[in-house]
Design a protein around this ligand. Sequence first.
Ligand SMILES: [Zn+2]
Length: 122
Amino acid sequence: MYPNCGDSVSNAYWFRTTKKSHLTVYRCRACNTAYNLYINTIFQQRRLTPQQVVLFLRGVLKDETSITLAAELKVSPQTVLDLRRDVQDSARCLQPNTPLPDAHTETGEMFQNAGEKRRGTP
Ligand SMILES: [Zn+2]
């Protein structure tokens, strides 16, 4: 959790707490940027609580449908679809260019289907 100037949170001060997600907003003493836990992550402007973020990531890894996840998190299915796409894009960027050893292939396959629209699953 660093603002764009790269300064540590120890050089920031408490600024406020967000209403909806109850996150502490810090203000950097070096560059005066206000930021919270989600800075430079896919959750930056999503107004989710940390509990919702953990449940979302857990649901994605369990390959739950977006409809199920949206109901669990009490957010719109579109929000889940958008976040799922963001996770998929981030995962793609982090994938190495070298072939994976057999032990890791299953995880790679799991992410191939993440984020696909699967409507009508009961
Ligand atoms: Zn700064």
